[in-house]
Unconditional design. Structure first.
Length: 255
C-alpha cells in the first residue's frame, strides 16, 4: 500500500497551517497587552535566519544535487496532456479522506495544559483542518480560474495504530522532556531542526504512514523555521531527495 503522504497536498498544508497556527500560538504565548508587539517583522528582526517555509531550504539542496526546473515543467506538462486526453478535468468523481495525526511536542514543566505555549489546544487544530478541507474543496473563494476541488479531505484520526479510541481525535501529545529529547526551541538552524527530527523524533513517534498523515508540531522559534515537508520517495526527478521512509514521511510545523 502506498503511503498516504503526498507532497503537493501536504506542502500546501505546511504553507497554510504553519502561518495560521503560528499566528494563533503567538497569541497563546503572549500576555494580552503584548499581542500587538509580536509581529512577523519583529520575529525577523530577532532572528536574521528566519525562514517562512522549509521548501526554500529543501529546494536549494535539491538544485545543488541536480534538480532541473525545466525537466520538472516538462514532466508536469506530460501529465497535464495525459489528463486532457482522458478528458478527466472537472469535479472529482471520488473523494478520498485521509486521517491525520498531530504529534504535539511540549515541555511538561512549563506547558502542562493544552492551550499553553507549544501545547496547542485541540480546538485550534480542528480549526486548521476545517480550513484545509475548505481550501481543498475550493470553497475558500479562490480568485484563480484554474482552482477546483482536489478530491481530498482530511479528518482527525479517531483511533491509534492498535485500534484504541483516542481521548482527543487526531492528537498525540508528547512531553519531550520525559522522552529525554533536546528542546526543539533551541535548534538554531533549519538544518539542525531537520536532522534532529528525521533522526530522533520522527523514528520514535511516527504512526504508520500507510494509515495516517503524520504532522509534528513543536516550538522551532530559535531556528526561524515555520516548517518543512519530506519529498515523496516515489519521485524520479533528478536532484530530489528520494530517501523518504516510513519513519521520516510527514510534515513538521512551528507551534
Amino acid at each position: 500500500m502506498k503511503k498516504i503522504f503526498t507532497f503537493f497536498p501536504l506542502l500546501f498544508l505546511l504553507l497554510v497551517s504553519a502561518t495560521q497556527i503560528q499566528a494563533q500560538v503567538i497569541n497563546n504565548k503572549q500576555p494580552l497587552n503584548k499581542k500587538a508587539l509580536q509581529t512577523v517583522s519583529a520575529i525577523i528582526t530577532q532572528n536574521p535566519n528566519f525562514e517562512k517555509c522549509g521548501f526554500k531550504y529543501t529546494m536549494e539542496q535539491a538544485k545543488a544535487n541536480g534538480f532541473n526546473d525545466a525537466l520538472y515543467e516538462q514532466v508536469m506538462q506530460q501529465l497535464i496532456d495525459i489528463r486532457r486526453q482522458q478528458n478527466s478535468f472537472g469535479p472529482p468523481t471520488n473523494i478520498y479522506t485521509l486521517p491525520v495525526i498531530f504529534h504535539v511536542l511540549y515541555a511538561g514543566s512549563i506547558e502542562p495544559t493544552p492551550g499553553i505555549g507549544a501545547n496547542i489546544a485541540n480546538i485550534n487544530i480542528q480549526a486548521q483542518v476545517d480550513q484545509l478541507n475548505k481550501d481543498f474543496a475550493n470553497m475558500s473563494g479562490s480568485t484563480y480560474g484554474v482552482a477546483e476541488d482536489m478530491g481530498l479531505r482530511f479528518t482527525l484520526a479517531k483511533v491509534d495504530p492498535l485500534g484504541n479510541f483516542l481521548c482527543e481525535a487526531g492528537v498525540d501529545r508528547i512531553n519531550w522532556e520525559s522522552k529525554g529529547w533536546t528542546d526543539p526551541s533551541t535548534f538554531s538552524s533549519a538544518t539542525a531542526v531537520q536532522n534532529y527530527f528525521d533522526n530522533t523524533i520522527k523514528p520514535a513517534s511516527y504512526w504508520d504512514p500507510n494509515r495516517y498523515v503524520n504532522i509534528w508540531l513543536a516550538d522551532l522559534s530559535a531556528s526561524g523555521l515555520l516548517g518543512y515537508a519530506s519529498f515523496p520517495a516515489l519521485s524520479t526527478l533528478s536532484g530530489l531527495n528520494n530517501s523518504e521512509t516510513d519513519q521520516t514521511a510527514g510534515v513538521v510545523i512551528e507551534a
